[in-house]
Design a protein around this ligand. Structure first.
Ligand code: SF4
Ligand code: SF4
Length: 138
């Protein structure tokens, strides 16, 4: 590869890196202040020990197949992800894509414990697809 090829490949890699984003996770440094919960446009944040539903704050109803192929009952109560601290449901988190320029939970958290979840690496297109699936009317 000549030097132009190297520059071109590096530019493409940098473009690809910009498009790889992740859902957000709350770490155990959470102080349970509750500031993040009302800020989430997808209702993906719940208080520890609370049940959650796909239909909370979304247009999903009844049996649906998520963009990732998972079949779920949107009305059914789901087990809490954490019993001790506020938690984020990865299937509902879009990193605020489609609503805001940056994750709103991370923006308001006083202890900076809303961080990218390396177990849920998704492209920007995937996150926007999730957002449109949950809020087709917006
Ligand atoms: S990043 Fe946005 S969509 Fe995800 S949990 Fe935080 S506020 Fe909700
Ligand atoms: S804003 Fe931060 S500290 Fe407060 S509940 Fe949310 S994650 Fe926990």
């Amino acid at each position: 590869m000549n030097c132009f090829g190297v520059i071109f490949a590096a530019a493409n890699l940098s473009k690809l890196k910009r498009k790889i984003v992740m859902a957000i996770i709350i770490t155990d440094e959470c102080i349970n202040c509750g500031a993040c919960e009302p800020e989430c446009p997808n209702t993906a944040i719940y208080e520890g020990a609370d049940d959650w539903r796909y239909n909370d704050g979304t247009s999903l109803k009844g049996n649906v197949v998520l963009p990732n192929g998972k079949a779920v009952d949107a009305d059914e109560a789901q087990e809490p992800v954490s019993d001790e601290i506020y938690y984020i449901v990865p299937d509902k988190c879009t990193e605020c894509k489609g609503f805001h320029e940056e994750p709103q939970c991370a923006a308001v958290c006083p202890v900076d414990c809303c961080v990218p979840d390396e177990d849920y690496v998704e492209s920007e297109e995937t996150l926007l697809g999730k957002q449109r699936f949950m809020h087709p009317e917006e």
